[in-house]
Design a binder for this molecule. Sequence first.
Ligand code: T3D
Length: 266
Amino acid sequence: MSESVVLHDRRDGYAVLTLNRPHRLNAFTEELHLTLAGALDACAADDDCGAVILTGAGRGFCAGQDLADRDPTLLGASPDLGLTLETYYNPLVIRLRNFAKPVICAVNGVAAGAGANIALACDIVFAARSAVFIQSFSRIGLIPDAGGTWWLTQRLGEARAKALALTGDPLPAGQAADWGLIWKAVDDDRLMEEAEALAARLAAGPSRAYALTRQAIHAASRNTLEEQLALERTLQREAGRSDDYKEGVAAFLEKRTANYRRKKRE
Ligand code: T3D
């Protein structure tokens, strides 16, 4: 039996999902989309899974759409790319953005096209220092998708967004971190160690507070300050009613480490 196109490794408290088409730099096919969606759903439904790491097998993270499935000499009529975005890429971006648990991306190598932008849809992005992010769309006559025009403009501003998108030039991981596009560039041999240490830490933390924090930060770019303050009030009210908050305050006052996971399992 052939290996799955997404490897799903369950660790203590978190899961590692590995895109597994290394011969094509983990480019997306329909099968990869469907398998990844299923794996993410399984993580969402797993109460003991507090965080997810997304990474790639082999020397690349993901090279975007598998262009072998777009070969014009085989397809005849032009494919409706709007339909494939609507069916696969856009739901994946929204699934990652609204995921119930923090998603860490460990970009192990080149991230190109939609592969770069799927990485940017994750909550916290680590990249191996040797990795590059490429908005390669313009090289094949397309526009950045999977949220590319949004992530780049929001995080880098128009000047850098336009230069990256129009040139399709690679952005090295270190520069992506210096510019604030991602969280951190780390030495290649420490990538998974760093990502897993953070996943384990988040998995042991106050999960409801994390979900509410992500919700508030996502809303910030569209809200006025007044609207954001009102949202913080609403979400903090909810956080303040949680067992995690009681445990956090009790642990502080008792000068001990808070134990959120134990409380959830009791
Ligand atoms: O279509 C829709 O549904 C709309 C949605 C579109 C979303 C998109 O992502 S569009 C953008 C698609 N992606 C690209 O245009 C990137 C294409 N790949 C590259 O430009 C380069 O491969 C990289 C810059 C990513 C890496 O370059 P390099 O030199 O490190 O590796 P390579 O030799 O080019 O690739 C290694 C192998 O992977 C090679 O196969 P081979 O020759 O060893 O048998 C190459 O053909 C294959 N590969 C890489 N990317 C893709 C791919 N095969 C199919 N599709 C790919 N995207």
